[in-house]
Write a protein that binds this ligand. Structure first.
Ligand code: SF4
Length: 888
């Protein structure tokens, strides 16, 4: 500790602290304007100046390190007069109305505290207003040149949109394009708005609806990053969201979806009463009638066709507690293991591949390892668009010197800051990753401390990968052999190295094996069980990891344990016997329905009509079922085209519970507002149906916390996680006891285990989706920054204005050959169906390859996608379809 004196009081501070952070530790408040804890201190505004004995002039507290014995004074008359003078200079031409309109902004508070509000005579100047952006209002009449927007855009977002032009009192802050914010490279994360101390940059929603009255901390409803946010409300309406500064994952940053994607909650087409379809028309009914209808129809179908004619789909947008109850209901009330969730169509291959090789089907490390890695291999993931907070952290790491290798058919944004981009042909992951392994083996780049003693199948593996020399696979993969070798060297020689992967690995016929290839690379190079390393999937939806982990998977129970192994524990906890017949996953439910063996589906928060491949066939199958229960916020395509009964639910802002993010972190979801009209939580609806069918005993919960308490009893790795502990921060499992801190890094002792981890020899079986005269292009699909999956939430929020339509990316040469102009409507067709979409000519693409987003029902892109599936877990091959494209 370090002893200093502050305003005459002896104070203990930590070595390494600045004077400002020391003052804050002991709650001595000095004013600041250019300071933001997310940014490197610059000492520009000089408001935080303090007197220090021995110094001839006041020093900036934010940039001056504390030293032992310092004697500091913070509020002498001279210092206060100096601050008043500085503020007077800053407010010379400042608009008086701005202070009246928002008296609580940090700068306005200071102006009032120092009695300067009556000296303001400026006005907002129309020439300095930029209203072009859908969510952000810019009025640079209120700019005081603190440069926080410029710095946060560089140091946190990594976008460099804002720039300071000119010098001195001619300084202007403008977007780099010097036109307007809409046409700049802004990614709409709102970080500049969040840091702006004056309101020069402001959220339009707050300007329109008035200042925030209440704020509640909760978790973002979108991707699996799991950012924490303070959601602001006014008169029962969500009007703002800002990042939690000390959040473990996002550390004071949000992306556009977390920031400006919340309006869907108040969308006018939200369904707020239960409905039953009668003679083709939806009829609003009471909850009593809806629950009786569901209970009666399920009972009839089970009686007539058996329990395995029914299936339940949990939801990635529902909480862990709700998914736990969904699978419990399927297993002990219906009596079937036919339960699944949308992990089936995204990361089921990750869970399976990692479990087979490492014993746990989840990320080995944490997002905090990004800053510790010396090299990061990004394979089949586009973090800056799909997990933007992770993307921003990777970008910042790259700027600090971390080496990036990007493996992706598209030249994605991170490829621009990567050392190596392996722009492989879609569908050739296995050949390429085996070639990287081959190089590591051949050039003896593996970790000699672990290979061969602490790793299994070494002898066979060496021989096996020798067939995959980069020179041999180069043409097949469309990547130069020397680049593959260079990538292998960067990954193997920069220890620790982590891999981060996405659906570009998993959504292939060899998706599970693609994940295994990544585990091979990590095992070979000693990159398992250490900081800054590991194999790390970016899970697509906020709670998709939790949904499957809670047991919404036909083969596993809560905690990802096989039914056959742990049935007794659950039977005893639940007081009921479990079905031991193998269950059907989502894809197999559809197959069984086509054979007439499957009759009823309960889909919670899952628009499978829009998101399943071969969408036309899926819809026809759903329409042939006797009962389709849709539990959602909106009349989704599944409900519209095939629903029998609709149960309206609360959004994640209208209930309590927990989510589990990509790095195994359980975080509290908190109720911010009441659900509208008759909407109920998913867990309440499940309990109501259980009660109605006379099985209420195992479903008599009064709160989400009560359900969580039951989960802790059946899931040893989560037993130490309580709601009380989660009040402080999220906790990563395994966390077996209440005094356990949680586990950031798995498999720490893997190389010392009695049974060493084994490498896997993965044969390459090319996809049957190949190009030819009829279908000369290979199509891959994915998400865009401003939209999310089926667009259910983003299309009803401000985000919709930022990217309203799906786009097909096509390279300039192909566009020219086909006579396709920018934003022209084109028809895209495959063996399976066709869709219409607008084209965007992009240098990200190579000739013969296309990329399209799939968010809108107007596009219905999944009509085009093939029926091929991963051979282990049946995840569809969304990432490779042979197609034809032509102008309409
Ligand atoms: Fe939400 Fe994901 Fe964006 Fe974070 S990165 S704000 S979790 S969408």
């Amino acid at each position: 500790m370090l002893q200093v004196t502050i305003n005459g009081q002896p104070v203990q501070c930590q070595p390494g602290q600045t004077i400002l952070s020391g003052l804050r530790t002991v709650r001595v408040d000095v004013p600041t304007l250019c300071d933001d804890p997310r940014l490197a201190p610059v000492g520009a505004c000089r408001l935080c100046v303090v007197e220090v004995d021995g110094q001839s002039r006041p020093v900036a507290a934010c940039t001056t390190p504390l030293e032992p014995g310092m004697v500091i004074r913070t509020h002498t008359p001279e210092l206060e007069e100096c601050r008043r003078t500085l503020l007077r200079l800053l407010s010379q031409n400042y608009p008086v109305q701005a202070v009246e309109r928002d008296p609580l902004s940090p700068f306005h508070r200071l102006v009032r505290t120092y009695g300067l509000e009556h000296e303001l005579h400026g006005k907002s100047q129309a020439a300095l207003v930029d209203d072009s952006h859908a969510c952000i209002h810019v009025d640079m009449s209120q700019c005081i040149s603190c440069f926080r927007c410029v710095r946060i855009c560089h140091e946190v977002a990594g976008q460099d949109v804002w720039r300071a032009w000119n010098r001195g009192d001619r300084t202007e802050i403008l977007p780099a394009n010097q036109t307007n914010l809409r046409d700049s490279t802004c990614v709409s994360c709102g970080a500049c708005v969040d840091t702006c101390p004056t309101g020069a940059l402001a959220d339009k929603s707050v300007l329109a609806l008035g200042p925030v009255e209440h704020e509640i901390r909760t978790v973002c409803p979108y991707c699996g990053t799991g950012c924490e946010m303070h959601v602001g409300t006014r008169a029962g309406r969500l009007i703002s969201s800002r990042p939690v500064m000390d959040a473990a994952v996002n550390k004071g940053h949000l992306c556009v979806k977390g920031r400006y994607g919340l309006e869907f909650v108040h969308a006018p087409d939200r369904i707020t009463t239960p409905m039953i379809r009668q003679d083709g028309e939806w009829r609003s009914v009471s909850w009593g009638e809806a629950i009786s209808f569901v209970a009666e129809r399920l009972g009839q179908i089970v009686a007539e066709h058996g329990p395995d004619s029914v299936g339940i789909l949990g939801s990635a947008r529902a909480t862990n507690e709700e998914n736990y109850l969904a699978q419990k209901f399927a297993r002990i009330v219906i009596g079937t293991n036919n339960v699944d969730c949308c992990a089936r169509v995204c990361h089921a291959p990750t869970a399976a591949g990692m479990k087979m090789m490492l014993g746990t089907g989840a990320a080995t490390n944490s997002f905090d390892d990004i800053e510790l890695a010396k090299a990061i291999l990004i394979c089949g993931a586009n973090p800056t668009e799909n997990h933007p907070i992770v993307g921003a952290r990777i970008k910042q790491a790259a700027l600090r010197g971390t080496k990036l290798i990007v493996i992706d058919p598209r030249r994605i944004e991170l490829a621009e800051c990567a050392q190596i981009h392996l722009q492989l042909r879609p569908g050739t992951n296995i050949a390429l990753l085996n070639a990287v392994a081959c190089t590591i083996v051949e050039e003896r780049l593996f970790d000699p401390a672990v290979v061969p003693e602490h790793i299994g199948d070494w002898a066979h593996f060496q021989t096996f990968v020798a067939d995959f020399t980069p020179e041999r696979v180069a043409e097949q993969c469309g990547v130069k052999a020397e680049l593959i070798r260079a990538a292998a060297r960067v990954y193997a020689e920069n220890n620790p190295a982590m891999s981060i992967h996405g659906l570009g690995v998993t959504e292939h016929v060899q998706g599970t094996e693609g994940v295994m290839c990544l585990v091979n690379l990590a095992l070979l190079t000693g990159n398992v069980g250490i900081p800054g390393a590991g194999v790390n999937p970016l899970r697509g939806q906020n709670n998709v990891q939790g949904s499957a982990h809670m047991g919404c998977d036909p083969g596993i129970l809560t905690g990802s344990v096989p039914i056959a192994e742990r049935a007794a524990r659950f039977e005893s906890a639940w007081g009921a016997s479990l079905p031991m017949r193998p269950g059907l996953n989502l894809l197999k439910m559809i197959d069984a329905a086509n054979k007439g063996e499957f009759k009823a589906l309960w889909a919670m928060g899952y628009d499978l009509a829009l998101t399943n491949p071969v969408a036309g066939a899926t819809i026809r199958t759903l329409q042939g079922l006797e009962l389709v229960i849709v539990q959602d916020m909106f009349l989704t395509e599944t409900a519209r085209l095939a629903g029998t009964v609709f149960l309206p639910v609360a959004s994640s802002f209208e209930k309590d519970g927990t989510f589990m993010n990509s790095e195994r972190r359980i975080q509290r979801v908190r109720k911010v507002i009441e659900p509208p009209r008759e909407c109920r939580t998913d867990w309440r609806i499940i309990c109501d149906v259980a009660e109605e069918v006379g099985r209420g005993t195992g479903f008599s919960f009064a709160s989400a916390e009560e359900i969580w308490e039951e989960i802790r009893t059946v899931w040893p790795a989560g037993a130490g996680i309580t709601y009380r502990r989660l009040e402080a921060a999220g906790i990563q499992w395994p966390c077996p006891t209440e005094d356990h801190p949680g586990t950031g890094i798995l498999h720490k002792d893997i190389y010392a285990a009695d049974e060493p981890p084994s490498l896997r020899r993965i044969r390459y079986s090319p996809t049957s989706e190949t190009t030819g005269a009829d279908y000369p292009f290979l199509l891959t699909t994915g998400r865009a920054l401003y939209q999310f999956n089926a667009g259910t939430m983003t299309s009803r929020s401000q985000t919709q204005q930022l990217r309203p339509v799906d786009l097909l990316l096509i390279c300039p040469a192909d566009a020219q050959t086909l006579g396709i102009a920018e934003h022209q409507l084109v028809r895209i067709s495959s063996h399976y169906g066709e869709a219409t979409i607008r084209a965007s000519i992009s240098t990200q693409m190579r000739p013969g390859e296309l990329f399209a987003t799939f968010h809108s029902p107007d596009t219905f892109l999944n009509r085009v996608i093939s029926s091929h599936r991963d051979r282990f877990v049946q995840t569809p091959e969304y990432k490779v379809t042979a197609v034809r494209v032509e102008p309409t």
